[in-house]
Design a protein around this ligand. Structure first.
Ligand code: G6P
Length: 615
């Protein structure tokens, strides 16, 4: 899930590329590199400096510029360590073709053997390098660069996007993709390619999505797209969401994006709820493209997702089963794909994805479509591949999320899925209109409740300070507290690198209790099922755990609970089904405070990336 950008026809191509790489860093930052056409050859600079590779590239390229065509890359390492040698762009044996790549070439070993046998010299451990040597072979055989790329893609197996330039055709950028996103764009006199629109905001006026196996030839004043057989194709025009402007993708006075994005949660919820109700009080989900009749016919729901989106999906299961009385399964997308799930035309498969591009979720949805089911995606990115391919979409309107650890998108997903559960209940007649209306009104209280919770960050910071050097954490909860516990543990491990596990509280005694000793921290969500939770807290405290209880206001007995050392209070939520959107906030704040105390880069945690387009 690396970030790619290509530019042609812009006198400041290098600046555009570096700026784009800054905006694409969320996709990976193990290394960064750029190659431009300079004079009658190619010029290249690369850097690998942990999470600061783009900054290191800025230093390495200081004072350079003036080229009109080039490509750039930020890397999330898969094959080969995060070194300069493995940094993209890679060049062929002649040094006249440069190439960047995102994804995995699954048959790279076999291709590399054949290429080495034919005399090609490799200088990295990446799977990528085979692509540039294959291009070299095709070009040496007389193919133009675009045709050469098409031929290379017919041999390279996997899910990937690739962009290349050649010193022999100095104003051309070629690009192709399979299963991972790539868009092309242009403006008067300049052409662009990028992994995602954020890299090009403010630069181009027309944006197009490349479809699977298409190849684009981008020149300053022309764009040609071809299908795998070489026939001319029409690229899909994209309308860029005005909410996704350059300002929205900046820190706006906060120390980091994570902090900014946590504070944008009330707004993200408000925007996600906006305009979902008709004048007669019923819910309308316009962008869904699946009508009430389609949804009435559904007899089973399967939610597929990864990471924080999976935890939001777990919340949806409780809501859909309770209100719409539909059996609902939730599954990690990478597991769903390979287990021959039982699906039929009355099943609704819902993909939940901030990016709308995560490869495992995308492929799970494709699997579902092949089985003849209806598919729906809850995505934060309009026109993302999942949204384009699914039968219907429901958008979270959280605006761009840059911090790798999801916060505002996660909360917006919970809210969007709760709305969907209510809409299903309305259409299936399992809840009457007044009940739907009342619950929808209560959803509108969430922005204020989340705002109030954010206002209690000092309380969370004090707890983080008291927890000091603890290294082992368990997060426990029951019912809807369970997905929240999982999300709390995920946030902590993502950005603090501390060992953190989420568990259903009732499972503690089936194994994890053996790990609890003085110094272990147990973060317990007391609600729902407070009495049962109280027993689980006592069991952990009896083994010496430091217990942090998360309790709603108006739970006075919490301070006297056996074993509770710290309490994080959250405002009471009128409808318990909506509580996860509030309860998760102090856990985000706790992870943030602990990570900051450790001096970690909260926006760019080591080894991770925001959009994961590899399996
Ligand atoms: C990565 C991100 C997570 C995200 C997960 C799924 O691991 O770091 O924040 O939850 O991918 O991504 P998606 O875009 O499908 O929600």
């Amino acid at each position: 899930m690396c970030g790619i950008i290509g530019v042609t026809g812009d006198d400041g191509a290098l600046e555009v590329i570096i700026d784009g790489l800054h905006r694409l860093e969320y996709r990976g930052y193990d290394s960064a590199g750029v190659a431009t056409v300079r004079g009658d050859g190619l010029w290249r600079a690369r850097a690998a400096d942990g999470t600061h590779s783009v900054e290191a590239l800025v230093t390495a390229t200081a004072g350079c510029g003036g080229d009109r065509t080039g490509i750039g890359h930020t890397r999330w390492a898969t094959h080969g360590g995060p070194t300069v040698e493995n940094a993209h762009p890679h060049v062929d044996c002649t040094g006249r073709i440069a190439l960047v790549h995102n994804g995995i070439i699954e048959n790279h070993a076999e291709l590399a053997d054949a290429l080495a046998g034919a005399g090609h010299r490799f200088s990295s451990q990446t799977d990528t390098e085979v692509l540039v040597h294959l291009l070299e072979t095709e070009v040496a055989g007389g193919a133009a660069l675009g045709d050469a790329l098409r031929a290379v893609m017919s041999r390279a197996v996997g899910a990937y996007s690739v962009v290349a330039i050649s010193a022999d055709d100095p104003e051309l950028v070629v690009a192709g993709r399979r299963s991972v996103p790539l868009l092309v764009a242009n403006d008067d006199g300049a052409g662009f390619v990028a992994s995602d629109v954020s890299a090009l905001l403010g630069r181009a006026t027309r944006y197009f999505a490349l479809e699977d196996d298409q190849v684009a030839e981008v020149r300053p004043a022309s764009l040609r797209v071809t299908d795998p057989d070489g026939a001319e194709a029409e690229p899909t025009a994209l309308s860029v969401d005005p909410a996704w402007d350059v300002v929205a993708a900046q820190k706006g006075g906060y120390d980091d994006f994570m902090s900014k994005e946590m504070h944008e949660q009330p707004r993200a919820i408000e925007d996600t709820l906006f305009d979902r109700r008709d004048h007669d009080g019923s819910l309308v989900l316009d962008e869904l493209h699946l009508g009430p009749d389609d949804l009435r016919a559904v007899d089973k729901v399967v939610v597929v997702a990864c990471g924080s989106s999976y935890h939001a999906g777990m919340v949806a299961k409780y809501a859909i089963e309770r209100w719409a009385r539909l059996p609902t399964e939730v599954e990690i997308a990478s597991e769903f794909r390979y287990r021959e799930p039982v699906l039929h035309e009355r099943t609704l498969v819902i993909g939940v994805s901030q990016s709308g591009e995560t490869l495992d979720t995308l492929e799970a949805l494709r699997e579902a479509r092949r089985a003849g089911t209806r598919t729906l995606v809850v995505s934060n990115v309009v026109h993302a591949t999942m949204a384009r391919e699914a039968d219907g979409a429901l958008y979270t309107r959280a605006g761009p999320e840059i911090g790798v650890a999801s916060t505002k998108c996660h909360v917006a997903q919970i809210v969007a899925l709760e709305v969907l559960a209510l809409a299903l209940a309305q259409w299936r007649g399992t809840l009457g209109r007044p009940a739907v209306s009342l619950l929808f009104d209560q959803l509108h209280e969430l922005p204020e409740l989340v705002e109030e919770t954010l206002g209690r960050s000092k309380e969370v910071e004090a707890v983080a300070a008291a927890l000091g050097g603890a290294r082992d954490y368990f997060f426990i909860g029951r019912h809807l507290g369970y997905p929240v516990a999982l999300e709390g543990a995920l946030k902590l491990k993502e950005i603090s690198y501390l060992r953190a596990e989420g568990y259903p509280a009732g499972e503690l005694k089936h194994g994890p209790l053996a790990l609890i000793e003085p110094g272990t921290v147990v973060v317990a969500l007391l609600d729902p099922l407070r009495e049962k939770m109280t027993s689980n807290v006592a069991e952990a405290a009896a083994r010496g755990a430091t217990v942090v209880a998360l309790a709603s206001d108006g739970t006075p007995e919490v301070a006297g609970l056996a074993g509770v050392e710290h309490v994080l209070h959250v405002p009471a939520v009128p409808e318990p089904m909506f509580a996860p959107a509030v309860q998760v906030v102090p856990l985000q704040l706790l992870a943030y405070a602990l990570a900051r105390r450790l001096g970690n880069d909260v926006d760019r945690p080591r080894n991770l990336a925001k959009t994961v387009t590899v399996e």
